[in-house]
Design a protein around this ligand. Sequence first.
Ligand SMILES: NC(=O)c1ccc[n+]([C@@H]2O[C@H](COP(=O)([O-])OP(=O)(O)OC[C@H]3O[C@@H](n4cnc5c(N)ncnc54)[C@H](OP(=O)(O)O)[C@@H]3O)[C@@H](O)[C@H]2O)c1
Length: 326
Amino acid sequence: MEQLTIPNTSLKVSRLCAGCMGLGGGWTTDHVLTPEDERQARGFLDAALALGINFFDHANIYARGRAEEAFGKVMRERAGLREKIVIQSKCGIRWADDPQGTPQRFDFSAQSIVESVDGSLRRLGTDYLDILLLHRPDVLWEGEEIARAFDALKRAGKVRYFGVSNQNRFQMEYLQSFLPGPLVANQLQMSLLHHGFAEVGISFNQAAPGYPDGWEGVLEYCRLKGVGLQAWSPLDRGALTGSARSNLSESAQKTAALVKQYAQARGLPAEAVALAWLLKHPARIVPILGTTRPDRLAACARSLEVNLTREEWYTLFEAARGRPMP
Ligand SMILES: NC(=O)c1ccc[n+]([C@@H]2O[C@H](COP(=O)([O-])OP(=O)(O)OC[C@H]3O[C@@H](n4cnc5c(N)ncnc54)[C@H](OP(=O)(O)O)[C@@H]3O)[C@@H](O)[C@H]2O)c1
């Protein structure tokens, strides 16, 4: 699989990243990892590796820690694998009742960041994360405190690089101003049906509906500074590629039909075209795939065979936005 070097790092990663949110048996509090959960993780990891995917996205909260746990169990069965793959995890979202009686909240305190990483390392069975992302902005954050936590983690060899997720340009700039090293990633929801990142580029200065607040300058800032862009939910959870969703808007239905048409013309699965739309963007957006199924991972990998024409790209965009270009 095609690889790229994440800017400002020595990390060579596959063009597609495998998201691990679907591992670990779901989100309920009382679930304990089962042999079936481990089988799923084994099948997922082996399929990803066979396709040339070496980049894996986690979070401390996925399946309440069990996604990292399941992944860690399988990784320990594969001698020497850790050094061959790039593991990213996240911190900063805290469930209610952690500890008992507390509300759900965001927590970028130094103590919470460091403790979260220690938990991820324990569950994954590794000494280090390649990348740590702050999951969702904490309203009560302090740049100095985050910088202290990052410094401690870096010095201890527990995290190699740091990034963010779901942050706008000003939040990135604010945080960066406290850090000695560059933020290397921003993971955002980007897809054909969540196309604010593209809409912002064309609807400025237009008296048109749908101007996507918050996206101003995000792509340009990241491209100028070398912050890698990552897309979560790149397939809109299967909305355009055959998942049984009855509540698709008219524009989404039209987009799904076009995706299917372009895919059939190439003899490829619909996933390949939906992802190719993101891959075409010159910012080299890395899709974070959400499937855990080997067959769907393989279908997604075929996106690297597609080079949409500019005309196809805009036809898909126009269908998804539901109105003509300005
Ligand atoms: N930073 C953040 O805030 C954030 C938020 C959400 C997710 N993430 C990351 O992004 C990754 C991807 O997110 P996502 O799971 O929402 O991505 P996605 O690729 O858009 O959706 C994949 C999900 O949709 C399901 N699906 C059902 N039918 C499908 C079909 N026909 N085609 C494709 N998928 C279908 C998949 O199930 P199967 O497993 O059965 O294929 C899987 O659960 C996650 O694993 C996580 O690592 C980050």
